[in-house]
Design a protein around this ligand. Structure first.
Ligand code: ADP
Length: 569
């Protein structure tokens, strides 16, 4: 089972991120707050005035006073409606803008994750965070937050109004709210983890489904249907369990909370009745207090219903923000390399959680040299290639080009120094031009494609999503990218190993054109490549055990000479 290695932001980080988002749009946020406060004040008018109407019934000149008060009720209601709608409109816009900010932020963070992290995290997790989670946040910002905000402010003002109206009645009303507060706390304490688990289960399901789809041929070939089904079922079961857990929480929370709504009203009517009989307050005040507390139901319902969505989307937000906690690629070098010389000094390297796979490797590659690295599978050749290309950085020692650490070079500078060519070439579902990824004139792009023999790519606007490439064509595209990046050093790792012999021959020709006038470090699978190189480094168990020209090594009669003899039968 894949272990999720992408972090999740804690509540403090989430709060800080939310603060940043509000600050980014602070004028809109302030306007929304002001309009909501005004709307809440207007909403307090009607119950108060209704209370006064009841008191006026028994007073002098009742009809005229009641007309006046009723007119005022109407005005308050109108003002509240207009202000609340305006606030909501601004809220929706704010929500959409903020959702866009979150999306853009996520994308740019995902794109700037160090390659070594991207390669190791489960792709499903990253995808689920970028889609399901970001969508959940956007939905909440659009549909929930503006309304919940209106309700929250309304709630505060209603409570304040009851307290001002009559402190004793207000306090008894507040007391009656306790039940809701307790259930709310009970729910909130459990909900975050439950929703985080639900998110993780969704990620895992996405991950397993993607893995099954991607490995369809292997599954066919090895008849792995049953085991993939079992894995899928387990992931579905986990999703179901986590979903049931959150449903269970809600099935307790909602009924209890809704039952508690009436308690404050009942308390106020009871105590208000007693006070009225003792002539301590007017009937109008009791009615106004009861109306205020009845009015609480609206905003409280809104908050209750949305609290769960707020919870689940705050868990989503924690997952999206978690990306920020991935240590960025460490500080980039500011100095440009002083020469094209590559040096490896005292390098040790281990994959995360594993033992050292490179031990004290030293190597100097002179500009223009052709170096072949040979050795048995698992000797550490590809790992050394990755370090030379700056994909990973050594734990001890240094890999430098012209005196600057390769892994610290910013991407555009690195591209002009060293490029690693492997058998994995990604072709984006975009045009040929976009796939070449280097801003250059069409003439230069066309020339690069011609040099690598990519005659099929005459039209730079061909959409490669609609016209998929063969392995050999993808290889040519990758080589054209190298030509355009124009590095002084190219590292080849199994660059043509997966192609069929005919395609490989085409690719070799293209390769020769690309390698012309560059330093080449080739991880060699066929000893012929080694034979043609200027020097050969023989690796074994993470060390360079021999280094020299073909003739030297043959004369020396060491491991390389043995390999050569074996190869020649
Ligand atoms: P070679 O290219 O010579 O076949 P590698 O550099 O691929 O050797 O591997 C060297 C060692 O590092 C091996 O023991 C291999 O199992 C280990 N290794 C390679 N890639 C990874 C990885 N992504 N995570 C953990 N260990 C790895």
């Amino acid at each position: 089972m894949s272990t999720p290695t992408l972090p999740i932001a804690d509540t403090r980080q989430v709060a800080r991120a939310a603060g940043r988002l509000i600050a980014a749009d602070r004028r809109a946020a302030a306007a929304i707050l002001l309009l909501n406060v005004l709307a809440a004040v207007a909403a307090l008018g009607a119950p108060y005035l209704l209370g006064r109407i009841i008191d006026a019934v028994t007073g002098p000149r009742a009809a005229a006073r009641i007309d006046l008060l009723a007119g005022a009720v109407l005005l308050c209601a109108l003002a509240q409606t207009l202000l609340a709608r305006w606030a909501l409109l601004l809220g929706y816009r704010f929500g959409e803008r903020t959702a866009a900010r979150i999306r853009i932020g996520f994308l740019s963070r995902a794109l700037s994750l160090p390659a070594s992290v991207i390669e190791r995290v489960p792709p499903g997790d990253l995808a689920a965070r970028g889609t399901t989670d970001v969508d959940a946040i956007a939905g909440t910002l659009r549909d929930v937050l503006p309304g919940a905000f209106v309700a929250g402010i309304h709630l505060v003002f209603l409570l304040a109004a009851v307290l001002v109206l009559d402190p004793l009645l207000g306090l008894s009303g507040l007391l009656g709210l306790f039940g809701i507060v307790i259930t709310g706390r009970w729910y909130l304490r459990r909900a975050r983890n439950a929703y985080l688990e639900e998110g993780a289960a969704n990620s895992e399901l996405a991950e397993e489904l993607a893995a099954t789809a991607a490995g369809a041929r292997t599954i066919e070939a090895f008849r792995l249907h049953r085991s993939r089904l079992a894995v899928g079922r387990a992931a579905i079961a986990r999703t179901r369990r986590s979903r049931l857990a959150t449903l269970r929480l809600r099935s307790v929370y909602f009924p209890v909370a809704e039952g508690s709504y009436n308690i404050p009203v009942v308390l106020v009517l009871l105590i208000g009745g007693l006070l009225y009989r003792g002539d301590r307050i007017t009937l109008g005040t009791v009615v106004a207090a009861a109306l205020y507390l009845r009015q609480l139901i609206g905003p409280m319902d809104t908050i209750l219903i949305w609290l769960e969505q707020l919870q689940s989307s705050s868990a989503s937000f924690a997952r999206v923000e978690g990306l920020a906690a991935v240590p960025a690629a460490p500080a980039t070098a500011t100095a440009a390399p002083g020469s094209d010389r590559i040096e490896v000094k005292g390098v040790r390297y281990a994959y995360p959680g594993g033992p050292d796979v490179l031990h004290d490797v030293d190597l100097t590659v002179q500009p223009g040299e052709r170096l072949a690295i040979v050795g048995l599978s698992g000797a550490g050749k590809s790992t050394l290639g990755r370090l030379l290309a700056g994909v990973d950085r050594p734990h001890t020692g240094a890999v430098t080009v012209g005196g600057v650490a390769v892994a610290e070079l910013p991407p555009d500078l690195l591209r002009r120094q060293v490029v690693l060519v492997t058998q994995e070439h990604h072709v984006f579902r975009e045009t040929v031009r976009d796939n070449l990824m280097v801003p250059a004139s069409d003439d230069r792009l066309a020339e690069a494609l011609r040099t690598v023999g990519a005659d099929w790519a005459r039209d730079l606007d061909t959409d490669l999503g609609e016209h998929p490439l063969t392995g050999a064509q993808a290889q040519q595209l990758a080589l054209a990218r190298v030509l355009l990046a124009d590095p002084h050093t190219v590292i080849l790792d199994e660059a043509t190993a997966l192609l069929d012999p005919r395609a490989a021959r085409v690719a070799e020709r293209a390769l020769a054109a690309v390698l012309h006038n560059r330093t080449v470090i080739a991880i060699a699978h066929r000893l012929q490549t080694a034979h043609d190189a200027d020097r050969i480094a023989v690796m074994d168990a993470g060390r360079i055990i021999e280094l020299g020209t073909h003739d030297d090594l043959i004369t020396h009669g060491g491991p390389y000479a043995k390999l050569w003899r074996q190869w020649h039968g």
